[in-house]
Each structure stands twice: as C-alpha cells, then as structure tokens.
Design a protein around this ligand. Structure first.
Ligand SMILES: NC(=O)c1ccc[n+]([C@@H]2O[C@H](COP(=O)([O-])OP(=O)(O)OC[C@H]3O[C@@H](n4cnc5c(N)ncnc54)[C@H](OP(=O)(O)O)[C@@H]3O)[C@@H](O)[C@H]2O)c1
Length: 338
C-alpha cells in the first residue's frame, strides 16, 4: 500500500463532489483519478479537485495502476457492474448506498469481492459519524436497558418539476423512489440496532412515474422487537430516529446526518450531546476504509457485507409487497449512452 491511500472516483455527479470535498481534508488520502462516461466531465471534475488522471470511461479508471480504491458514485442500477469492474481489476471499492438494487445483485457483488479477495463496503456514511458511534456505545453499555422498539423516518419533499420528474429520483429505469434512495437509511439503522427482521409488513404509495413516493414499513424480530420506519420523496417529515429500551430512550434528530443526540434514562436528567462533523460527515467512512485497507481487511466490521445484503433483502420484500419492480437495467459501459 502506498504512502497515502490513492482514490479514484467513478461517476463524477452530485454526490461525488461532496465525497471529494471530504476526501481532500484527509491527510492519509489523495484523489489520483476520476472516471466519467464523458472525458469533458472527467476533466471538469479533475480541474475542480486538482486530480492528475482523467478517464473518459470507467474501464480505464478501473485499470489505472495508480489507484488503490475506487468510490463508486453512479445511480443505483450501475453500482453492481461498476463495483465489479473495479474489483475484477484488483481495486478495493467503496460503493454508494443503496449497495445494489436487489439481493440478486448484492449476492453477485459480494461473491466477486470474495473471489478476488478485494475490500468492498457499502458507503453507509451515517454508520460512521461520531454521534452514531456514541449511540452504539450506549446500546452496548445497556444504558437504555434492552432495546425494544425503534422509529426512524426520512422524508424529503422534492419539487415535482418537469426536470425532477424525469430525473433519478422519479425514474423506474434508474431504480428511483424513496425506499432505495433514503428509506435505506431507516432500514440500515434498524439493522444496526436489531439485526435481520423475521417479519416485514409494508405499504406504499406508488406515484404517477411508477416509483414509491412514500412508504411505511414495520419490522419485527425474534425477541419481539419492533421497528417502525417511514420514508418519502414527496413529503417533508421529521427525519428523526428514536430507540426505546426497557430503561430509557435515545433520540437522534436528523438521524441520517446527526450531530446531536439525547439520552433519556428513567429517573435521570436527560443528557444532550453534540458532536459536529470535522468536514461534511463523509470523512468518517473514508477513515474506516483507510483503516481497513491498512489493516489488510476485506470488509468492515461496522458495515459488513452480509449486513448490506440483509438490508437489501428487507427492501426487496417491501417492494414485492407493493408490486414494485424495475425494468431490466443496461449496465454496459458504453460511453455513447449518456
Ligand atoms: N451518501 C449520500 O448522502 C448520498 C447522497 C446522494 C446520492 N447518493 C447515492 O449516490 C449515487 C449517485 O447519486 P447522485 O445524486 O450523485 O447521482 P447523479 O448525479 O444523477 O449521477 C452520478 C453520476 O453517475 C454517472 N452515470 C453513470 N451511468 C448513468 C446513467 N445511466 N444515468 C445517469 N448518470 C449515470 C454520471 O457520471 P458520468 O456520466 O460523468 O460518468 C453521473 O454524473 C446514488 O446511488 C445515490 O443513492 C448518496
């Protein structure tokens, strides 16, 4: 492994800019390459972030020997193919959430990482932010007793403008909808606290473009725990999470990007803590990847691959209950398809 971990960025769109902003602040990392389906977009991104290698297709990026790890930041349907391309070329991969569109894709992607003995992790950045580290410590220490129930909610109102209605969020062809885009954070939180559910019950409103605009999901577990989740792209909601235990509760406002939490233990004064991000919050997942690579690990203990698969399986069951399937995806890397 080189002196600094050398990153490549695949798919220089909206979120890749935020990721690169965070990456630039990490002393043990440098961005050495970017790959776009269009060389001009790669150049523009490279100029913004002072990146030496620019590639007009993803295959070149995957095969660039200067790159240790690739951040895959394409829309959901292309995560699997893009990540596999990089793993097969010997790169480690940090793959945006949702890990894949469905469990079949996730199983293939995980098998590929294991076969090639390369690091792979879902970029569930919320897991790594300091407040969530504190929440896990409270849970492990049993501060709220036995966790029994959880609510998590993530709803945004996205203006139904003509531009947005044909964009990623509202497009079945790009696996749009609330669940895969932001509901995944609620499912992931429930998974972090309770593990894999034994029963899943859900309802959704499917909008005119054919994607889930809002949904509610109830999960139950072996010991009777219950998680009550909701998400939306057409309704602004509280975006809070609460974990209720036998002796108290944890409230996490804006849980997907939390910088504060309140611990309420019966018979004690509430404890409110605030831990601001050092940058935009993405830096913590980058540090996890770097730590894993330096330690020679092939997956993260905090966001393990089998758990990413379990989260996708839960979402598959919910989508099946709504009758929501996506059209077949074209995952080729043909740069003429822009
Ligand atoms: N962690 C977070 O907070 C967060 C926030 C937003 C999004 N995300 C995730 O990040 C991923 C990308 O989201 P985004 O909002 O950045 O998406 P985006 O801007 O619409 O697309 C990202 C890039 O993907 C590439 N791409 C490849 N095939 C494409 C296709 N068929 N259609 C459109 N673009 C294609 C494009 O780059 P080139 O054509 O230049 O290669 C595009 O710029 C999603 O899976 C999303 O869930 C995560």
């Amino acid at each position: 492994m080189s002196e600094k971990i050398r990153w490549g960025i695949l798919g220089p769109g909206g979120i890749a800019h935020k990721f690169a902003d965070a990456l630039k602040t990490i002393p043990d990392a440098k961005i050495v390459a970017v790959g776009s389906r269009d060389l001009q977009r790669a150049d523009a991104f490279a100029d913004t972030f002072n990146i030496p290698h620019r590639h007009g297709n993803y295959i070149e990026l995957a095969n660039n020997p200067e790159v240790d790890v690739v951040y895959v930041a394409t829309p959901h349907p292309f995560h699997k193919a893009c990540a596999m391309l990089c793993l097969e070329a010997g790169k480690a991969v940090l793959c945006e959430k949702p890990f894949t569109v469905d469990a079949e894709q996730a199983e293939a992607l995980i098998a590929c990482a294991r076969e090639h003995k390369r690091f792979l992790m879902e970029a569930m950045w919320t897991r790594f932010i300091p407040i969530m580290v504190q929440v896990r410590e409270w849970l492990v220490d049993g501060v709220i007793g036995e966790p029994c129930m959880l609510t998590a909610d993530f709803g945004n109102w996205v203006e139904p403008s003509p531009e947005n209605l044909v964009g990623r969020l509202f497009s079945p062809a790009l696996a749009g909808g609330a669940l895969l885009d932001i509901g995944v954070y609620t499912v992931s939180l429930a998974s972090m606290v309770f593990g894999t559910p034994t029963e899943i019950t859900s309802l959704a409103r499917i909008g005119e473009t054919g994607v889930d605009e809002q949904s509610g999901i109830l999960l139950s577990y072996d010991s009777g725990q219950i998680a009550n989740l909701s998400c939306a792209i057409t309704t602004r909601t509280s975006q809070d999470a609460r974990i209720f235990g036998t002796k108290g509760a944890i409230h996490i406002p804006n849980f997907s990007r939390a910088t504060s939490a309140t611990l309420e233990v019966v018979g004690k004064e509430p404890l409110h803590i605030e831990i601001p991000f050092t940058d935009n919050g993405f830096e913590y997942q980058v540090l996890e990847v770097i730590n894993c690579l330096r330690a020679g690990k092939l997956e993260s203990d905090i966001m393990p691959l089998d758990e990413s698969l379990s989260i996708i399986k839960t979402m598959d069951v919910a989508r099946a209950q709504w009758g929501l399937a996506y059209p077949p995806f074209d995952s080729t890397f043909d740069s003429s398809k822009k």
